[in-house]
Design a protein around this ligand. Sequence first.
Ligand code: ASP
Ligand code: MG
Length: 467
Amino acid sequence: MKLVMKFGGTSLDDGKRIRHIAELVKSHSHSNEIVLVASAMEGVTERLIELTENAREGAIDAVEKSVSSLKERHRLALDDAVKDQEIRRKVSEYLKSGMDELEKSAAAVAVLRELTPRSKDRILSCGERLSTPIVWGALMDLGLHAKYLMGGECGIVTDENFGDAYPLMEVTRLQVKETLDSLLSSRTTPVITGYIALTQNGEITTLGRGGSDFTATIVASAIEADEVWIWSDVDGLMTCDPKIAPEARLLDEVSYAEAGEMAVFGAKAMHPRALEPVAEKRIPVRIRNTFNPQNAGTKITEATKLDTNQIVKSVALVKDVAVITVSGASMVGRPGSAAKIFDLMGRNGVNVLMISQSVSESNISMVVKRNMVQRAVNALEIALLGRGEVKEVVSEDDVNVIAVVGAGMKGTPGIAAKVFGAVAAKGINVRMVAQGSSELNISFVVKENDSREAVRVIHSAFGLGKH
Ligand code: ASP
Ligand code: MG
């Protein structure tokens, strides 16, 4: 099979783990052609984000301290992951260029005290540029032929939307295919930095947080891979968080659409856009566990007929959110109220997770991330209050969203009744409800204190757990 394997940060926490995944890749390499995509070492992207903040504030000491601790961490990892001196030396060269880049860019930001999306991406790209050469070295150390490539070298070109760049798919597919096909035909394993790419002008961009998944699926669609394996530290997608309901079960198979919904609702397994390139080509994706490689994981594929037997697949709890309600009788029958509200949110960089409006039109509620609440409320108050249109803007931040996901809900009557019946039987009050017209999920808001109980009763009402 032609496989694209992506390894996330937890699989790359230190040199020993890197060695472990190199062995894992080797064990699959006899009967498969493998392309590897690596993300940054665990927590490194977060460290780099902090570093950019410190640099912006001109906190040179803090910047230098984090740079030297990152250097140290990667050097140690290299020593544990690669034994051969000559290979170590080659990896060190790549590391040195990544570290120089990091130092120079951070210093430039610190001097100017100005962080642009462009300079931020340059700095964030260093996580993958430091981890991936070590993975490459570990594979070589085990005797595999491998080639290290940055996302751009591999052929991934994006627009200039720094921080959340989108690939120019046509060119990207052609270029990636050309680069990788020739490596694979000479039995060389490409080892590619996830998350980062280049604009047409050759500037470094990143694909958004968790973007290595996206790299993997872009690459897979370009070379028409048979499967993508996303290696992480969980066995796969679950019916719900086992910390909430211990009887939660691993899902063997879900559809692209279902997995997409689950990603949006925080199943930490996936970049939300990552499924687009593979869904188009019907390339299956497997979520697998590096620490439990015997397990086949969850397969994400096209919906099969059988799927509809399982109407609800999973129940997710979305924490750290808040509800904002805008109300006023004059919104009734006045076109443009909703547009005004959501335009304000957009212009203030507030992402809206869920929306509902009652038929009376006298109020509109929305769910936003909790850390955005103040910004959202301020923007709404400044723009809308005191003009007679809107009477009140109220927020509640002691709430959670529960999302019930499953493709089989589409066109099956009675699901909502069963969901809310189960919740009501426990005396839990539902504050707000939304169902997308895709009917792939029903989401609703409850008080934070009730939320875990609500997840458990729905999970059991639909018989999702182990029996
Ligand atoms: N290192 C990047 C991040 O943490 C990309 C990834 O992990 O997929 O967001
Ligand atoms: Mg990561």
